[in-house]
Structures are given as structure tokens and as C-alpha cells.
Design a protein around this ligand. Structure first.
Ligand code: NDP
Length: 301
């Protein structure tokens, strides 16, 4: 089998063990197979059943996601990860959605049920673990400045509110998208201060000592301007950029120049993957094995 599979490969797919896969479009650059394979190989040393687990990648265009989910179910796949552009689309295609994922409106992990798929979202968990591990900061009781109003920002915002952040300030380029997100979040916010702002305005209203989270795509290209001017924010406690390629975005470079602690999104990718494998395996997952595999895969790029 080729390292990137397509639905055409399913015709001759046969595997006696437990099959897992990541679906995306494009998918060639995904490092999830390296992470999960490393973890499963370590888990197999103490539990023989994991030696019969495999994790592959499928390139699936969004218009074929429904067909892909049906055929992968028919071929007895047990677990799926979903990446761009499938996370929101899948919500309408699965049989059940984990209650914690419902307010997000996006799923990144599917587990097989008798009738179809149950959807989970492990991105928020991954973010919370990553921020704690890399910056030593908790989302609880802290002011958060979140940049972006797309799918990743939505998951981050729900996690921040569910974990009891002190306040949540969301800045986004397009006001309409920001307003839609704020309106969806309002029922979850309860007594937490929830505000939107224009990140390009001259004076930013955000509170001091906030954790800044970048959930925009600004920074994927090295000449992207940072999504906010950090010098306008009052003493940020740290900057977490969900982007991990490039490892230092213009936002992280600006933060470093100001002496603000920083971390990129590789740790979030690792922890969302750990949680997904825990959901499928119901076993303890070796974080270090996944982390090392992710770092090695990034070095090889
Ligand atoms: P979406 O396309 O859903 O949202 C993109 C967001 O970025 C929107 O808020 C958009 O604003 C904003 N944006 C795009 N370009 C710019 C720009 N040049 N300047 C300012 N804002 C901009 O993407 P996702 O939410 O799925 O992903 C966002 C980022 O998070 C990606 O870089 C992705 O790689 C990363 N990510 C990382 C994960 C990890 O595990 N580390 C997991 C998930 C995502 P507007 O509304 O104005 O268009």
C-alpha cells in the first residue's frame, strides 16, 4: 500500500487487526501517522494486542467525506482522525457527538459504533495540556486573549470557558465571523467576561497578564504580518501559537523580542493525538513516544 491512500485503495483493503486512519485534503504532510505508530509500537511492548493496530492516512476530498466514512465503517476501521477541511463537515455525518464537542460544532476524532461513528473533539484538551506543559500556564482563572474565529478558535474558546477562564477577549480580522462566534459562545460564558475586539485598532482593551493564543492562520507563511501588535498589549503572560510549521512564526518572533514566554502548536498536536489514542485504546498512551516522533518528523521536513 502507498503511504498516502485514497478511497480507491479501499477496494483491496484487508487488515486483520485494528485499523485507524487520518483523513484530510491534502494529507501528505500529516505527521499523525508517525506519532501514532510510535506510540502503538511502545504500547505493544507491554500489551500484545497493540501489535495488531495500524494507523494510515487517506486523502479524501470534502465532497467524498460521507462516502469515505461509510466505506471505512464497512471495512471495519475502528478509529479516525479528521483534519482540514473535514472537522465541521463530519458533524452532520456521524451518528453521535460527544456532549463536550457539541458546542464546538467540529469533531476531530471518530470512534466506531455498531451503527456508524461517534465524534469527539480533542483539540481543546490538547491546547490546555500544551499550554500547561510548555508555558506552565492554566486556562483556569486567567484572562485569555484569543486571536481568530475559525474552527480552531471555536474549540479553544469553548475549552477556555469550560475550564473557567477569568475573561475571554477574542480578536478577529473579519467582524462578521467574530460576531457569529461571540453569539454562539454567549450561552456558555455565564458569568465570564466575554468580549470581541478588532486586533488592528490603535488601543487594545485587553486586560494585563493575559495568555495570548493564536488560532488564526496568520503565520503559516513567513511574510505574514503577526495577527496582533503585541507591544499594544499590557504585559502578556505568554504567547501560544497553534501553528507549528514554521516553528517560529512572526508572532512568536515578536513575542521573543519583547521577552514574553512562547510556545508553538506542536505540543497541542501531540496532546490532541494522545487523547484520541486514549479514546480508541482505553489504555494509557506514552506521551514521550508521540512527542519524540512528532519532533523527529518535523526535523525531517
Ligand atoms: P480556519 O480557516 O477555520 O480559520 C482561520 C482563521 O484565521 C480565521 O479567524 C481567519 O480570519 C484568520 N486569518 C486567516 N488569515 C489571516 C491573516 N492573514 N490575518 C489575520 N487573520 C487571519 O482555520 P482553523 O481555525 O482550522 O486553523 C487556524 C490555525 O490553527 C491554522 O494555522 C492551523 O494550522 C492551526 N491549528 C493547529 C492545531 C494544532 O494541533 N496545533 C489544530 C488546529 C488548527 P477571518 O475570519 O478574518 O477570515
Amino acid at each position: 500500500m502507498a503511504s498516502v491512500l485514497t478511497l480507491a485503495d479501499l477496494d483491496r483493503w484487508s487488515f486483520e487487526g485494528t485499523a485507524l486512519a487520518v483523513l484530510g485534503f491534502p494529507i501528505k504532510h500529516s505527521i499523525s501517522p508517525a506519532m501514532h505508530t510510535a506510540a502503538l509500537s511502545e504500547m505493544a511492548q507491554s500489551d500484545e494486542r497493540f501489535s495488531k493496530w495500524t494507523y494510515v492516512r487517506f486523502e479524501v476530498p470534502p465532497e467524498h467525506l460521507g462516502e469515505a466514512l461509510r466505506r471505512l465503517h464497512a471495512k471495519s476501521f475502528y478509529g479516525l482522525n479528521l483534519t482540514v477541511p473535514h472537522k465541521v463537515l463530519a458533524c452532520a455525518l456521524v451518528e453521535e457527538i460527544d456532549p463536550a464537542a457539541r458546542p464546538i460544532g467540529a469533531v476531530n476524532t471518530l470512534r466506531r459504533t455498531a451503527r456508524g461513528w461517534q465524534g469527539f473533539n480533542t483539540d481543546g484538551y490538547g491546547l490546555a495540556k500544551a499550554v500547561q506543559e510548555t508555558l506552565g500556564l492554566s486556562l483556569t482563572d486567567r484572562p485569555i486573549v484569543l486571536l481568530g474565529a475559525g474552527g480552531a478558535a471555536r474549540g479553544a474558546a469553548v475549552e477556555c470557558l469550560q475550564r473557567g477562564c477569568q475573561s475571554l477577549w477574542i480578536g478577529n480580522r473579519t467582524r462578521e465571523n467574530l460576531d457569529r462566534l461571540l453569539s454562539d459562545l454567549t450561552p456558555l460564558a455565564k458569568n465570564t467576561v466575554l468580549r470581541g475586539f478588532d486586533p488592528t485598532q490603535p488601543d487594545l482593551p485587553c486586560p494585563p497578564n493575559a495568555l495570548i493564543i493564536n488560532a488564526t492562520s496568520a503565520g503559516l507563511k513567513s511574510d505574514d504580518p503577526p495577527p496582533v501588535d503585541l507591544s499594544k498589549l499590557d504585559r502578556p503572560a505568554g504567547v501560544y501559537d497553534m501553528i507549528y510549521n514554521p516553528p517560529v512564526t512572526p508572532l512568536l518572533a515578536a513575542a521573543r523580542a519583547l521577552g514574553i514566554p512562547t510556545a508553538n502548536g506542536l505540543s497541542m498536536l501531540v496532546h490532541q493525538g494522545v487523547r484520541a489514542l486514549e479514546i480508541w485504546s482505553e489504555a494509557s498512551v506514552p506521551v514521550l513516544a508521540m512527542q519524540t516522533a512528532a519532533q523527529d518528523a518535523m526535523r525531517l521536513r
